[in-house]
Every structure is written in structure tokens, then in C-alpha cells.
Design a protein around this ligand. Structure first.
Ligand SMILES: [Zn+2]
Length: 301
């Protein structure tokens, strides 16, 4: 079989065009970011553009009742389960133009390339754009795919509200993306998602691409340390109950646990460490902190 390549510059141009929707310039860094919150007007514009490209490529487009977009290229054996390829086009408030977009537009570039070379595939290929992957507006991430896979009930998802009390179902209708297709009707043979790396590993190690072999389990904890607030000068060390010190010890202990290797590839982060009363000359009487634990291995977690 002869090797064929996608058209990189064409893919890049489509990412730039989509990235212009919701683009903003960060005042501090001067960098251009993307703000396309799920089911916002910007999300609608992005969906409209992506859908127009899907139709241009001759795909048949279906939208399900949670707003996931599916664009199908028929296979020579249409009765076979399709190969699903895609990602998401919503963003966090300070997103980048590649996150999600690369997966959806990369999938469309595959279709363009197959069309150009008049290549037929045995299985149908379905390009998908999942609703609200980010979860920062309605509080539940991977919402569209969670409903599609049956992890969340449709009614529950549609009733979720944002900080202004606006619900998913109403917003889907408002932007015109509450479709007719049953959310559970697609049973793919396989799913492929190309996603930009959001950590430093590939670039540091000099790799162009990596293949995901594991997904990290996540556990979040809110920690509260209670000690006794007292004067920093007048209180001898022996008489102190320093909540700040306790929090610091837990943080150091977490790092020791990670580095011990006993817990596999665990990652631990105390992202919030908030002392009370938060004053230079007062021993903290209380500390509120958070702990984020991640591990690709359930047992080690
Ligand atoms: Zn993403």
C-alpha cells in the first residue's frame, strides 16, 4: 500500500481559522489565546464553521440530543461499526488554539486526504466534535462524551447550570445544537483522538508524537489543619501549635511518597495552601489546603 500524507499547511490554516473565533490577547504575556466556553455564542460560531467544512467534504452530519456532532464518511461495508475520530472545539476561558481543535480538524484533514486520493475504507469513518469537553462552565468535564457512553444520564446533563443559572438544555436549544439523534446510538469499532500535549515531556525529550497508554485517575481532597494562632515573637517554639508547619510537613511527605517509587507514577500537588489569619507576625491557627493526587495505576493510587 502506498504511503500518503495529509496536507500539513492546509491543516494548520484550518486551525488558524477556527482559532480566530473567540481569540483574545492576554494583557500580561501578549500571547493570543482562545475563549470559547461550551454552548456560548463563540462555541456556536466554531460549530457552524466546523459543520460547514464537514458538509463541504460530503459527510452526512448528525447532531445528538446533547449536541455532539457526528459527520460520517461511508465505508464499503456500511453495516460495520465505524471508526470514530475527533475531539472537541470548546475551550477553557484561557485556552489555546490547538487543544481539541487539532483532533477535530485533524480528522477532517484525514477525510480531505482520503477524498483527494479517492480512497475507500471498509469501515465508515465518523468525525466527532464532543460537547463541553472542558467542563468549566457547567462543572462537569467531558459532558458530551459522558452522555454518549452512558456514564451520565441525558436529563441530568441537560439540567446542569452555569454560574448564572442557565442550563445546558436551554443553551443547546438557544445555539441551535440540540439535535435529534439518540445519544447512545453510535457504537464505534475504535476511537482515535489526536491531541496536543499539555505537559512538557514530548518537547523536552525531543519527540514529535507520543501514544497514550494510560489514563490518570484523579482524586481531590480539601484539607483543614487546625492549630493555635499566637504571636510570632511572644510564643516560645515549644508552646506552638503551628498549622502552617503541619501543612508544610504534609506537602514534603507527599513529595517523599512520590519519590519513593512505592506509589507507581503518582503525582501529588497541594495547589492551595491558605493560612489564617495570613499575617506576617502571627503563627497560623488554621490552614486550608487542597491535595490533587493522580495515578495511572488504580492499585498504587
Ligand atoms: Zn482538549
Amino acid at each position: 500500500m502506498k504511503r500518503i500524507n495529509i496536507n500539513g499547511p492546509r491543516l494548520y490554516a484550518s486551525i488558524e481559522e477556527l482559532g480566530a473565533i473567540g481569540a483574545y490577547t492576554d494583557k500580561q504575556t501578549g500571547l493570543v489565546g482562545v475563549c470559547r466556553l461550551a454552548l456560548s455564542d463563540e462555541d456556536r460560531q466554531a460549530r457552524d464553521l466546523v459543520r460547514s467544512w464537514m458538509l463541504e467534504l460530503g459527510l452526512s452530519v448528525d447532531i445528538d440530543t446533547i449536541g455532539n456532532i457526528y459527520a460520517r464518511r461511508e465505508g464499503t461495508s456500511p453495516e460495520l461499526a465505524p471508526v470514530l475520530v475527533g475531539s472537541h472545539t470548546d475551550s477553557v476561558p484561557t485556552g489555546g488554539r490547538f487543544d481539541g481543535a487539532l483532533g477535530v480538524l485533524g480528522a477532517l484533514e484525514i477525510i480531505r486526504t482520503l477524498n483527494e486520493h479517492k480512497i475507500e475504507t471498509r469501515r465508515p469513518i465518523v468525525v466527532c466534535d464532543f460537547t463541553d469537553e472542558e467542563g468549566c462552565r457547567f462543572g462537569t468535564d467531558m459532558l458530551g462524551s459522558a452522555v454518549a457512553t452512558g456514564r451520565l444520564a441525558l436529563d441530568h446533563a441537560c439540567a446542569l447550570t452555569d454560574k448564572d443559572g442557565i442550563c445546558v438544555g436551554d443553551e443547546l436549544r438557544r445555539i441551535g445544537y440540540r439535535g435529534e439523534m439518540n445519544v447512545n446510538s453510535l457504537r464505534p469499532h475504535a476511537y482515535v483522538e489526536c491531541h496536543v500535549e499539555q505537559g512538557p515531556t514530548l518537547i523536552r525529550e525531543g519527540f514529535d508524537i507520543g501514544i497514550v497508554t494510560k489514563v490518570q485517575a484523579i482524586a481531590w481532597y480539601a484539607l483543614s489543619f487546625t492549630g493555635r494562632a499566637a504571636h510570632a515573637g511572644a510564643t516560645p517554639t515549644a508552646y506552638r501549635a503551628d498549622a502552617g508547619l503541619a501543612a508544610a510537613r504534609i506537602n514534603v511527605k507527599l513529595r517523599e511518597m512520590v519519590e519513593s517509587g512505592i506509589y507507581g507514577e503518582m503525582r501529588a500537588t497541594m495547589g492551595v495552601i491558605r493560612p489564617e489569619p495570613d499575617m506576617v507576625n502571627v503563627i497560623p491557627g488554621r490552614v486550608l489546603a487542597t491535595m490533587d493526587l493522580r495515578n495511572p495505576d488504580d492499585d498504587a493510587m
